[in-house]
Design a protein around this ligand. Structure first.
Ligand code: ZN
Length: 307
């Protein structure tokens, strides 16, 4: 697989070592405004990656003290090596939220080694995702909904006195997610005949939910899925498809660094195939999970000529 950087550098490492994790359980977006205060002590919740972390923050509100280990500056979750501080964040948690599906195996290990009594909510388990499946579960709208429901259910188990508070947070989250589903429906409504190629599989669940046909050359896609370098013939096939504008758009994960994705983006640009930028994790300059996703969906809609 391609090397990814995502701002992964000395600064990010040091920040992580000092903080151990980032924590912001309040004011986490549209769903937080006007909320009542928590009737109980805040529950310590540790989340492996910020794609889920922000959702947990919104659902837990003031009743959660949420620590998220992999943030925008922590590098690629696929290759993440937890620091001592990150492992400590798991030790103190009453509840742990992970992606699963082999994506954040380090988190599972940290919980097993340090805090086996913590309640773990895994997106893979909640959605019955089989081993070897595409692990980018937060890009699947159905999985996100199921996971949000499971997180709320578990919060109510851990802090039953705050049950009605968590129900209100769940309602607020669902309201905040309405424009996200509306954007998906809009693209789906105009998706007939629309296709895409992707530099990697991060966005595939969402593209499928939007009704787009994946025309990424099979050989290239297999290499990416198996985390190996694509063969020259597969790269050439991808380039040829871009040159002939076989695909409506090219989906590009900007957190991927490598000569092959860069070359494909350049080819798309020179061929007049619109490039849609997506990211693996929630960017630092975006408020909430849904704002992040909606912004990307709007870019996709525009690139497809639907808005
Ligand atoms: Zn990925």
């Amino acid at each position: 697989m391609f090397k990814k950087t995502a701002g992964f550098g000395a600064v990010g490492l040091i920040a992580l070592l000092i903080a151990g994790c980032s924590s912001s359980s309040t004011d986490s977006g549209a769903a937080a405004s006007g909320a009542p205060s928590c009737p109980t002590a805040a529950t310590p919740v540790t989340v492996s990656v910020n794609q889920w972390g922000n959702i947990v923050e919104q659902l837990a509100g003031q009743c959660g003290s949420v620590s998220t280990v992999v943030t925008a500056s922590s590098g690629d979750p696929h290759d993440y090596e937890p620091t001592t501080g990150a492992i400590a964040a798991f030790s103190k948690a009453k509840m742990v939220v992970i992606n699963g599906a082999g994506y954040d195996e380090w988190a599972t290990k940290a919980v097993q080694a340090n805090n086996s009594s913590a309640d773990v909510v895994s997106a893979a388990t909640v959605n019955n995702v089989q081993p070897g499946a595409n692990p980018h579960l937060w890009y699947n709208p159905t999985y996100v909904t199921n996971m949000a429901n499971a997180i709320t259910a578990q919060l109510k188990v851990v802090a039953p006195d705050a049950s009605s508070y968590f129900d209100e947070r769940q309602s607020a989250f669902q309201a905040a997610m309405k424009p996200y589903f509306a954007e998906i429906d809009k693209i789906k409504g105009g998706a007939a005949g629309k296709t895409y190629g992707a530099t990697e599989s991060v966005f595939d669940y969402m593209a499928q939910a939007c009704g787009l046909v994946n025309l990424t050359p099979a050989g290239y896609q297999n290499s990416i899925t198996n985390e190996s370098e694509p063969a020259p013939g597969d790269i050439a096939a991808f380039n040829a498809d871009l040159t002939s504008k076989k695909m409506s758009v090219l989906i590009y994960n900007t957190q991927t660094e490598g000569s092959v994705p860069n070359q494909l983006v350049n080819k798309a640009n020179s061929s007049g195939v619109p490039v849609v930028n997506v990211t693996e994790t929630l960017p630092a300059d975006v408020g909430t999970f849904e704002q992040w996703q909606i912004s990307q969906l709007q870019s996709l809609s525009k690139a497809l000529g639907l808005s």
